[in-house]
Ligand binder design. Sequence first.
Ligand code: COA
Length: 235
Amino acid sequence: MVELVKPALEHLPSYKAALERGWSPDNVRLMEATREQLAAIEKDPTAFLADLDDPDAEGGPITLPDGTRVPRLPGFRRWIWDGEVAGSIGLRWQRGTAELPPHVLGHIGYAVVPWKRRRGYATEAVRLMLGEARALGLPFVEITAKPGNLASQKVVLANGRRLVGRFFEDAAYGGAESLRYRIDLYRLPTIRQRPAEVASCFGATPRYARQARPPRRPAWLWRQPPAGCDSHNRH
Ligand SMILES: CC(C)(COP(=O)(O)OP(=O)(O)OC[C@H]1O[C@@H](n2cnc3c(N)ncnc32)[C@H](O)[C@@H]1OP(=O)(O)O)[C@@H](O)C(=O)NCCC(=O)NCCS
């Protein structure tokens, strides 16, 4: 069985062992990130773990592959766990909108250790992370994948994606062509199923919504109707 765990001291030896075997949880910075993480674990394991769970974006800026430093977005990382660390998956977002800045390649990024691939772990990890994104109130998540990364495309496909289109990655990543997928988190709601969500999308609070349970979307996240609600409800 595979699950997502919040990185904690009890998982750290297994994570460190995976890094020492040459795996990188960072699909862009690869071994540079592995070396940095091993050094950070050595220096202060608790601070390293805290940095992986930062829903309030309290940590310092992020360094992009070209050395540019950008403000950190709210986000957190979970480890894919089957009794030992099998991979890593992260979710990041901006407050008040489902959109992302151009230098952020998708809401969700993931990597599975090479010796545990093709067991369905990434597919299941994304499925579990979609639950977390839904709980935050995001109407959709975007995932990007290189045209040649068939494995990643299949992972997104298995999770109900639609292709938004091709785009060129931000110059900080080298400007290569990539694919952007979107996974809708709220299907066309019916009044019986999701009255509060209908209300929040249309900026209204009809009587049926007032009578319903409060939406799971926390108030701080959406100060205005979420981007994407509109097209969403016209399917
Ligand atoms: C992409 C990645 C996360 C997939 O992890 P995984 O746990 O092996 O994925 P799954 O087992 O859930 O497989 C998903 C599908 O991809 C297929 N697949 C896996 N590896 C593949 C490969 N090398 N080539 C083609 N298809 C592959 C699987 O057969 C499965 O297809 P199916 O649904 O038709 O059976 C993993 O290969 C990886 O970590 N790659 C490097 C990092 C990366 O590319 N991350 C994604 C960035 S967007």
